[in-house]
Design a protein around this ligand. Structure first.
Ligand code: SF4
Length: 217
């Protein structure tokens, strides 16, 4: 049952639930004492009607700065796009104190702790899912959700109790899933953009659809 809108739960700074990620976190704390090196909280207003879900914090991006998609290439493309389509205001300057504000949008990750090689394990995605569920439960009826990549898409489907076959992932796909509408995009990672899997135009096309959907509500 999805209802609006209590504040979503955030994991504690020393969340102990994923031993492999805890060990990696401790390793990074020893190497980089000035980095965030902890679960990365969601960014954006709790009242948002758009939730954007990535995979996990990047080692030198969100894990370093403490704000989702902040400090690496994926954030350059994501926040430029959110600014272009009116889901953000201010200036994105790769720092959590850059003053950037999200407008009716919120950004989170399916897994809150940085995984080695950017690859969370299946059980880690499942273990962190209650935090994603909490984000979904805070959305009102008719909200839009953008999945950045297949893993985020699959975790969202499981959160919503939707069979993966009933809502197959595809770039540009749109799935009406009861209380929310899910929009799919390839992840805006440097790898995907460098290899041409995802172009700026392809990414903007998804957010143009999301903008139109949100404006029509
Ligand atoms: S990934 Fe999620 S559940 Fe696992 S340790 Fe981090 S915050 Fe906790």
């Amino acid at each position: 049952m999805i209802s609006a809108a209590t504040a979503p739960a955030e994991p504690p700074r020393d969340c102990p639930l994923c031993p492999r990620l805890v060990a990696f976190r401790e390793e990074q704390r020893a190497k980089h004492a000035d980095w965030h090196n902890a679960p990365v909280p969601s960014f954006g207003p709790v009242s948002a009607k758009l939730l954007i879900v990535g995979l996990a914090p990047g080692l030198q991006g969100a894990n370093r700065t403490g704000r989702p998609f902040t400090g690496d290439w994926a954030g350059d493309l994501l926040y430029a796009t959110l600014l272009k389509f009116g889901f953000a205001e201010g200036v994105y300057d790769e720092r959590p104190d850059d003053g950037l504000a999200l407008v009716g949008a919120r950004v989170t990750n399916a897994v809150r702790c940085v995984p080695p090689q950017n690859k969370p394990e299946t059980r880690e995605i499942a273990t962190c899912r209650p935090y994603l569920t909490s984000e979904i439960e805070a959305l009102g009826h008719g909200a839009a959700v953008v999945a950045l990549g297949r893993i985020a898409h699959d975790s969202l489907c499981r959160t919503l109790g939707v069979a993966l076959k009933a809502a197959p992932f595809a770039h540009g796909a749109r799935h009406a899933l009861g209380a929310v509408t899910l929009f799919d995009s390839y992840h805006c990672s440097r790898y995907n953009t460098n290899t041409g899997v995802l172009t700026t135009e392809m990414f903007e096309s998804v957010f143009a659809s999301v903008r139109a959907y949100v404006d029509a509500r």
